[in-house]
Write a protein that binds this ligand. Structure first.
Ligand SMILES: Cc1ncc(COP(=O)(O)O)c(C=O)c1O
Length: 402
Protein backbone atom coordinates (compact mmCIF):
# COMPACT_ATOMS: atom_id res chain seq x y z
CA UNK A 1 0.00 0.00 0.00
CA UNK A 2 1.19 3.55 -0.74
CA UNK A 3 2.41 4.72 2.68
CA UNK A 4 1.99 8.34 1.66
CA UNK A 5 -1.70 7.93 0.81
CA UNK A 6 -3.76 9.70 3.46
CA UNK A 7 -5.85 7.49 5.74
CA UNK A 8 -8.82 9.72 4.93
CA UNK A 9 -8.42 8.54 1.31
CA UNK A 10 -8.07 4.86 2.24
CA UNK A 11 -4.30 4.81 2.94
CA UNK A 12 -2.63 3.31 6.04
CA UNK A 13 -2.86 5.17 9.33
CA UNK A 14 0.25 6.98 10.53
CA UNK A 15 -0.56 6.08 14.15
CA UNK A 16 0.00 2.35 14.36
CA UNK A 17 -0.08 2.04 18.16
CA UNK A 18 -3.23 0.16 19.20
CA UNK A 19 -5.97 2.82 19.70
CA UNK A 20 -6.67 1.67 23.27
CA UNK A 21 -2.98 1.88 24.14
CA UNK A 22 -2.71 5.29 22.45
CA UNK A 23 -5.72 6.55 24.43
CA UNK A 24 -4.10 5.26 27.60
CA UNK A 25 -0.81 7.01 26.81
CA UNK A 26 -2.66 10.30 26.30
CA UNK A 27 -4.91 9.84 29.35
CA UNK A 28 -4.95 12.64 31.90
CA UNK A 29 -5.18 12.73 34.89
CA UNK A 30 -2.84 9.91 35.90
CA UNK A 31 -3.56 9.28 39.55
CA UNK A 32 -0.87 7.65 41.68
CA UNK A 33 -1.50 4.30 43.43
CA UNK A 34 -0.96 6.17 46.72
CA UNK A 35 -4.10 8.19 45.96
CA UNK A 36 -6.18 5.04 45.83
CA UNK A 37 -4.70 3.70 49.09
CA UNK A 38 -5.22 6.97 50.87
CA UNK A 39 -8.83 7.34 49.70
CA UNK A 40 -9.62 3.72 50.59
CA UNK A 41 -8.25 4.32 54.07
CA UNK A 42 -10.40 7.43 54.55
CA UNK A 43 -13.51 5.61 53.31
CA UNK A 44 -12.82 2.66 55.62
CA UNK A 45 -12.64 5.09 58.53
CA UNK A 46 -15.79 6.93 57.39
CA UNK A 47 -13.71 10.12 57.23
CA UNK A 48 -14.65 11.57 53.85
CA UNK A 49 -16.42 14.78 54.72
CA UNK A 50 -14.49 17.44 56.61
CA UNK A 51 -10.98 16.96 57.88
CA UNK A 52 -9.24 20.12 58.96
CA UNK A 53 -5.86 18.42 59.26
CA UNK A 54 -5.98 17.37 55.62
CA UNK A 55 -7.19 20.81 54.53
CA UNK A 56 -4.20 22.49 56.13
CA UNK A 57 -1.77 19.76 55.09
CA UNK A 58 -2.73 20.49 51.49
CA UNK A 59 -2.88 24.28 51.99
CA UNK A 60 0.45 24.52 53.81
CA UNK A 61 2.07 22.13 51.34
CA UNK A 62 0.95 24.15 48.34
CA UNK A 63 1.90 27.47 49.97
CA UNK A 64 5.38 26.03 50.59
CA UNK A 65 5.55 24.74 47.01
CA UNK A 66 4.74 28.21 45.69
CA UNK A 67 6.74 30.18 48.23
CA UNK A 68 3.52 31.93 49.29
CA UNK A 69 2.51 32.85 52.83
CA UNK A 70 -0.98 31.36 52.90
CA UNK A 71 -3.12 28.88 51.00
CA UNK A 72 -6.64 27.80 51.87
CA UNK A 73 -8.05 24.82 49.96
CA UNK A 74 -11.72 25.30 49.05
CA UNK A 75 -14.46 23.42 47.20
CA UNK A 76 -13.62 24.58 43.66
CA UNK A 77 -11.46 26.97 41.68
CA UNK A 78 -14.61 28.91 40.84
CA UNK A 79 -15.22 29.33 44.58
CA UNK A 80 -11.64 30.46 45.24
CA UNK A 81 -12.23 33.21 42.65
CA UNK A 82 -15.64 34.02 44.11
CA UNK A 83 -14.17 34.43 47.61
CA UNK A 84 -11.31 36.56 46.26
CA UNK A 85 -13.65 38.88 44.35
CA UNK A 86 -15.96 39.18 47.34
CA UNK A 87 -13.12 40.02 49.73
CA UNK A 88 -11.71 42.66 47.38
CA UNK A 89 -15.04 44.48 47.14
CA UNK A 90 -16.28 43.44 43.72
CA UNK A 91 -19.99 44.22 43.51
CA UNK A 92 -22.61 46.49 41.94
CA UNK A 93 -21.12 49.68 40.53
CA UNK A 94 -17.67 48.12 40.04
CA UNK A 95 -15.94 46.84 36.92
CA UNK A 96 -13.44 44.03 36.52
CA UNK A 97 -11.17 43.50 33.53
CA UNK A 98 -10.52 39.94 32.42
CA UNK A 99 -9.70 38.05 29.23
CA UNK A 100 -12.45 36.92 26.90
CA UNK A 101 -10.41 33.86 25.96
CA UNK A 102 -10.83 31.91 29.18
CA UNK A 103 -13.10 29.49 30.99
CA UNK A 104 -16.31 31.09 32.20
CA UNK A 105 -15.23 30.79 35.86
CA UNK A 106 -12.75 33.67 35.50
CA UNK A 107 -15.64 36.07 34.89
CA UNK A 108 -18.89 34.57 36.19
CA UNK A 109 -18.30 34.87 39.95
CA UNK A 110 -17.67 38.61 39.50
CA UNK A 111 -20.79 38.90 37.33
CA UNK A 112 -22.76 37.09 40.03
CA UNK A 113 -21.52 39.59 42.60
CA UNK A 114 -23.02 42.35 40.44
CA UNK A 115 -19.91 43.74 38.74
CA UNK A 116 -19.68 44.75 35.09
CA UNK A 117 -17.29 42.45 33.23
CA UNK A 118 -15.01 44.29 30.82
CA UNK A 119 -13.21 41.98 28.43
CA UNK A 120 -9.73 42.62 27.09
CA UNK A 121 -8.08 41.40 23.90
CA UNK A 122 -5.57 38.57 23.86
CA UNK A 123 -2.03 39.05 22.60
CA UNK A 124 -1.68 36.60 19.67
CA UNK A 125 1.96 35.94 20.63
CA UNK A 126 1.19 34.73 24.16
CA UNK A 127 -2.55 33.91 23.98
CA UNK A 128 -2.82 35.92 27.23
CA UNK A 129 -4.62 39.16 28.03
CA UNK A 130 -2.83 42.06 26.34
CA UNK A 131 -1.68 44.63 28.97
CA UNK A 132 -1.96 47.44 26.38
CA UNK A 133 -5.65 46.66 25.89
CA UNK A 134 -6.15 46.35 29.66
CA UNK A 135 -4.89 49.93 29.96
CA UNK A 136 -7.45 51.13 27.43
CA UNK A 137 -10.30 49.45 29.32
CA UNK A 138 -9.65 51.04 32.72
CA UNK A 139 -12.29 53.46 34.06
CA UNK A 140 -12.74 55.06 37.49
CA UNK A 141 -14.96 52.09 38.36
CA UNK A 142 -12.29 49.43 37.70
CA UNK A 143 -11.82 47.44 40.89
CA UNK A 144 -9.85 44.48 39.70
CA UNK A 145 -7.68 43.14 36.90
CA UNK A 146 -7.80 39.36 36.48
CA UNK A 147 -4.92 37.92 34.43
CA UNK A 148 -5.42 34.27 33.50
CA UNK A 149 -2.25 32.37 32.58
CA UNK A 150 -3.56 30.59 29.49
CA UNK A 151 -2.55 26.95 29.25
CA UNK A 152 0.31 27.58 31.73
CA UNK A 153 1.91 30.51 29.85
CA UNK A 154 2.59 33.28 32.38
CA UNK A 155 0.99 36.68 31.76
CA UNK A 156 3.09 39.83 31.67
CA UNK A 157 2.78 40.27 35.44
CA UNK A 158 5.19 43.19 35.84
CA UNK A 159 3.24 45.24 33.32
CA UNK A 160 -0.14 44.26 34.72
CA UNK A 161 0.91 44.94 38.31
CA UNK A 162 2.35 48.33 37.36
CA UNK A 163 -0.83 49.34 35.56
CA UNK A 164 -2.83 48.28 38.63
CA UNK A 165 -0.54 49.78 41.28
CA UNK A 166 -0.43 53.21 39.62
CA UNK A 167 -4.22 53.37 39.82
CA UNK A 168 -4.90 51.63 43.15
CA UNK A 169 -6.50 48.64 41.43
CA UNK A 170 -6.15 45.10 42.83
CA UNK A 171 -4.97 42.07 40.85
CA UNK A 172 -6.25 38.50 41.17
CA UNK A 173 -4.43 35.82 39.18
CA UNK A 174 -6.60 33.05 37.82
CA UNK A 175 -3.81 30.49 37.96
CA UNK A 176 -5.97 27.45 37.23
CA UNK A 177 -3.79 26.48 34.25
CA UNK A 178 -0.41 27.22 35.75
CA UNK A 179 0.57 24.94 38.66
CA UNK A 180 4.35 25.25 38.55
CA UNK A 181 4.90 28.02 35.97
CA UNK A 182 7.38 30.69 37.04
CA UNK A 183 7.86 34.37 36.35
CA UNK A 184 11.22 35.99 37.02
CA UNK A 185 12.16 33.51 39.73
CA UNK A 186 8.76 33.42 41.43
CA UNK A 187 6.01 30.87 41.09
CA UNK A 188 2.85 31.92 39.31
CA UNK A 189 0.25 32.45 42.02
CA UNK A 190 2.52 34.62 44.18
CA UNK A 191 2.60 37.72 41.99
CA UNK A 192 -0.70 39.40 42.84
CA UNK A 193 -2.99 40.26 45.75
CA UNK A 194 -4.75 36.90 45.60
CA UNK A 195 -4.42 33.90 43.28
CA UNK A 196 -6.91 31.14 42.64
CA UNK A 197 -6.05 27.68 41.36
CA UNK A 198 -8.47 24.99 40.29
CA UNK A 199 -7.51 21.43 41.23
CA UNK A 200 -10.42 19.91 39.32
CA UNK A 201 -9.83 16.56 37.65
CA UNK A 202 -8.28 17.81 34.39
CA UNK A 203 -5.74 20.15 35.98
CA UNK A 204 -1.99 19.63 36.33
CA UNK A 205 -2.55 19.25 40.06
CA UNK A 206 -5.71 17.15 39.90
CA UNK A 207 -7.78 16.32 42.97
CA UNK A 208 -11.16 15.45 41.45
CA UNK A 209 -12.74 18.72 42.54
CA UNK A 210 -11.26 21.57 44.53
CA UNK A 211 -9.66 24.98 44.51
CA UNK A 212 -6.75 26.73 46.20
CA UNK A 213 -6.98 30.31 47.49
CA UNK A 214 -3.48 31.77 47.75
CA UNK A 215 -2.28 35.07 49.20
CA UNK A 216 0.62 36.71 50.98
CA UNK A 217 -1.74 38.94 52.99
CA UNK A 218 -2.89 37.63 56.38
CA UNK A 219 -6.07 39.71 56.33
CA UNK A 220 -7.20 38.19 53.02
CA UNK A 221 -6.41 34.70 54.27
CA UNK A 222 -8.47 35.27 57.42
CA UNK A 223 -11.33 36.69 55.38
CA UNK A 224 -11.22 33.62 53.14
CA UNK A 225 -11.38 31.37 56.22
CA UNK A 226 -14.39 33.31 57.48
CA UNK A 227 -16.31 33.18 54.20
CA UNK A 228 -15.48 29.56 53.43
CA UNK A 229 -16.30 27.67 56.56
CA UNK A 230 -17.77 28.65 59.94
CA UNK A 231 -15.70 25.97 61.69
CA UNK A 232 -12.67 28.03 60.76
CA UNK A 233 -14.21 31.06 62.53
CA UNK A 234 -14.92 28.95 65.63
CA UNK A 235 -11.39 27.63 65.62
CA UNK A 236 -9.81 31.05 65.42
CA UNK A 237 -8.40 30.93 61.85
CA UNK A 238 -10.53 33.85 60.74
CA UNK A 239 -9.13 36.33 63.24
CA UNK A 240 -10.96 38.18 66.04
CA UNK A 241 -12.96 40.48 63.78
CA UNK A 242 -15.06 37.58 62.49
CA UNK A 243 -15.48 35.77 65.84
CA UNK A 244 -18.98 37.15 66.50
CA UNK A 245 -20.24 35.18 63.48
CA UNK A 246 -19.06 31.81 64.78
CA UNK A 247 -22.62 30.52 65.35
CA UNK A 248 -23.92 31.36 61.90
CA UNK A 249 -20.95 31.62 59.62
CA UNK A 250 -21.43 34.08 56.79
CA UNK A 251 -23.79 31.91 54.80
CA UNK A 252 -21.43 29.92 52.64
CA UNK A 253 -19.98 26.47 52.90
CA UNK A 254 -17.22 26.29 50.34
CA UNK A 255 -14.93 23.84 52.08
CA UNK A 256 -13.10 21.03 50.35
CA UNK A 257 -13.93 17.41 51.17
CA UNK A 258 -11.42 15.19 52.95
CA UNK A 259 -11.20 12.91 49.91
CA UNK A 260 -10.35 15.73 47.53
CA UNK A 261 -7.83 17.20 49.97
CA UNK A 262 -6.14 13.80 50.35
CA UNK A 263 -5.92 13.35 46.58
CA UNK A 264 -4.44 16.84 46.28
CA UNK A 265 -1.80 16.06 48.92
CA UNK A 266 -0.65 12.96 47.07
CA UNK A 267 -0.67 14.58 43.63
CA UNK A 268 1.29 17.59 44.90
CA UNK A 269 4.13 15.16 45.66
CA UNK A 270 4.39 14.27 41.95
CA UNK A 271 3.48 17.66 40.42
CA UNK A 272 7.05 18.57 39.44
CA UNK A 273 7.76 15.08 38.11
CA UNK A 274 4.61 15.12 35.96
CA UNK A 275 5.31 18.66 34.74
CA UNK A 276 8.85 17.61 33.77
CA UNK A 277 7.54 14.69 31.67
CA UNK A 278 4.88 16.81 29.97
CA UNK A 279 7.27 19.71 29.37
CA UNK A 280 9.92 17.53 27.79
CA UNK A 281 7.38 15.86 25.51
CA UNK A 282 5.61 19.06 24.49
CA UNK A 283 8.89 20.84 23.76
CA UNK A 284 9.95 17.94 21.53
CA UNK A 285 6.65 17.64 19.70
CA UNK A 286 6.13 21.38 19.31
CA UNK A 287 9.65 21.85 17.93
CA UNK A 288 8.75 19.37 15.19
CA UNK A 289 5.52 21.27 14.50
CA UNK A 290 7.40 24.58 14.26
CA UNK A 291 9.90 22.95 11.91
CA UNK A 292 7.07 22.44 9.40
CA UNK A 293 6.88 26.24 9.16
CA UNK A 294 3.11 26.18 9.63
CA UNK A 295 2.81 26.14 13.43
CA UNK A 296 3.84 28.53 16.15
CA UNK A 297 3.89 28.07 19.93
CA UNK A 298 4.35 30.78 22.54
CA UNK A 299 7.92 30.93 23.81
CA UNK A 300 8.10 32.43 27.29
CA UNK A 301 10.52 35.36 27.71
CA UNK A 302 13.90 34.80 29.41
CA UNK A 303 13.35 34.21 33.13
CA UNK A 304 9.85 32.89 32.54
CA UNK A 305 8.92 29.20 32.43
CA UNK A 306 5.69 27.55 31.51
CA UNK A 307 3.82 24.33 32.20
CA UNK A 308 1.30 22.72 29.84
CA UNK A 309 -2.21 22.44 31.22
CA UNK A 310 -3.05 21.79 27.59
CA UNK A 311 -0.87 21.96 24.52
CA UNK A 312 -2.46 24.65 22.37
CA UNK A 313 -0.65 25.66 19.18
CA UNK A 314 -1.15 28.31 16.53
CA UNK A 315 -1.81 26.91 13.09
CA UNK A 316 -1.08 29.26 10.18
CA UNK A 317 -3.79 28.14 7.75
CA UNK A 318 -3.22 31.23 5.65
CA UNK A 319 0.27 29.89 4.87
CA UNK A 320 -0.87 26.33 4.12
CA UNK A 321 -4.14 27.16 2.36
CA UNK A 322 -5.62 24.17 4.26
CA UNK A 323 -8.52 25.16 6.54
CA UNK A 324 -8.16 23.92 10.14
CA UNK A 325 -11.26 21.72 9.86
CA UNK A 326 -9.83 19.94 6.81
CA UNK A 327 -6.43 19.47 8.44
CA UNK A 328 -7.96 18.09 11.63
CA UNK A 329 -10.22 15.69 9.70
CA UNK A 330 -7.22 14.27 7.90
CA UNK A 331 -5.18 14.04 11.11
CA UNK A 332 -8.02 12.29 12.95
CA UNK A 333 -8.26 9.75 10.16
CA UNK A 334 -4.54 9.06 10.74
CA UNK A 335 -5.40 8.31 14.38
CA UNK A 336 -4.48 11.68 15.93
CA UNK A 337 -6.40 13.26 18.78
CA UNK A 338 -6.61 16.93 17.67
CA UNK A 339 -9.30 19.48 18.37
CA UNK A 340 -10.23 23.09 17.94
CA UNK A 341 -9.32 25.08 21.06
CA UNK A 342 -11.73 24.60 23.91
CA UNK A 343 -13.00 28.01 24.94
CA UNK A 344 -15.73 29.94 23.15
CA UNK A 345 -15.07 33.64 23.61
CA UNK A 346 -16.95 34.97 26.63
CA UNK A 347 -17.78 38.40 25.18
CA UNK A 348 -19.83 36.63 22.47
CA UNK A 349 -21.87 34.49 24.84
CA UNK A 350 -25.58 35.30 25.32
CA UNK A 351 -25.12 36.02 29.05
CA UNK A 352 -22.78 38.91 28.26
CA UNK A 353 -24.34 40.03 24.96
CA UNK A 354 -27.67 40.40 26.81
CA UNK A 355 -25.80 42.68 29.24
CA UNK A 356 -24.38 44.96 26.57
CA UNK A 357 -21.22 43.17 25.40
CA UNK A 358 -20.40 43.78 21.72
CA UNK A 359 -19.78 40.38 20.10
CA UNK A 360 -17.67 42.07 17.41
CA UNK A 361 -15.72 44.22 19.85
CA UNK A 362 -12.56 42.08 20.19
CA UNK A 363 -11.40 41.34 16.64
CA UNK A 364 -7.83 40.38 17.54
CA UNK A 365 -8.94 37.58 19.86
CA UNK A 366 -11.64 36.55 17.40
CA UNK A 367 -9.02 36.08 14.70
CA UNK A 368 -6.62 34.33 17.07
CA UNK A 369 -9.24 31.73 17.99
CA UNK A 370 -9.57 30.66 14.35
CA UNK A 371 -5.92 29.58 14.45
CA UNK A 372 -5.69 27.69 17.73
CA UNK A 373 -5.52 23.95 17.79
CA UNK A 374 -5.35 21.55 20.72
CA UNK A 375 -2.81 18.77 20.30
CA UNK A 376 -1.84 16.20 22.97
CA UNK A 377 0.33 17.13 25.91
CA UNK A 378 1.79 13.57 25.96
CA UNK A 379 1.68 12.96 29.73
CA UNK A 380 3.27 9.48 29.57
CA UNK A 381 6.94 8.61 29.19
CA UNK A 382 6.71 7.13 25.70
CA UNK A 383 8.56 8.45 22.66
CA UNK A 384 6.88 6.18 20.10
CA UNK A 385 3.59 8.01 20.25
CA UNK A 386 5.30 11.38 19.83
CA UNK A 387 7.29 10.11 16.83
CA UNK A 388 4.12 8.73 15.26
CA UNK A 389 2.27 12.02 15.78
CA UNK A 390 5.17 13.92 14.18
CA UNK A 391 5.08 11.51 11.24
CA UNK A 392 1.29 11.95 10.96
CA UNK A 393 1.52 15.77 10.83
CA UNK A 394 4.35 15.65 8.28
CA UNK A 395 2.46 13.14 6.14
CA UNK A 396 -0.80 15.12 6.14
CA UNK A 397 0.85 18.49 5.54
CA UNK A 398 3.05 16.94 2.85
CA UNK A 399 0.01 15.84 0.90
CA UNK A 400 -2.44 18.66 1.58
CA UNK A 401 -0.19 21.71 1.28
CA UNK A 402 0.22 22.52 -2.38
C1 LIG B 1 -9.18 29.32 33.74
C2 LIG B 1 -10.03 28.61 34.75
N1 LIG B 1 -10.50 29.29 35.80
C3 LIG B 1 -11.27 28.71 36.72
C4 LIG B 1 -11.64 27.38 36.64
C5 LIG B 1 -12.62 26.85 37.61
O1 LIG B 1 -12.23 25.79 38.33
P1 LIG B 1 -13.24 24.74 38.95
O2 LIG B 1 -13.71 23.85 37.85
O3 LIG B 1 -12.38 24.04 39.95
O4 LIG B 1 -14.36 25.48 39.59
C6 LIG B 1 -11.14 26.61 35.58
C7 LIG B 1 -11.47 25.19 35.49
O5 LIG B 1 -11.59 24.57 34.48
C8 LIG B 1 -10.33 27.24 34.59
O6 LIG B 1 -9.85 26.56 33.54
Amino acid sequence: MDKKKLAINGGPKAITIDPRKAADLLRWPRYEPAVIDRCADLIRKGDITYNQDLVFQLGDGFAKYLGAEYCLPVSRGTDALFIAYNILGVGPGTEVICPTYTFWATAMPAANLGAKIVFAEADPKTFNMDPADVCKKITPKTKLIIPMHSWGIPCEMDEINEIARERGIKVVEDASHAHGSTYKGKKIGTLSDIAAFSIQNSKLLPAGEGGLFVTNTLEYFEDACAWTDYFLIQRGFAGERWRKYERTGLGWNLRISALNAAIGIEMLKVLDRNNAIINRNCVRFNAALEKTGYFRVPHPAPGVTRVYYENIVYYDFKATGVPPVKLMEALRAEGCDVNATRYPLLHQQPYFVERGSDPNGLPVTDELLNHLMQVPKFPAENDDIIDQYIAAFNKVLGVLVK
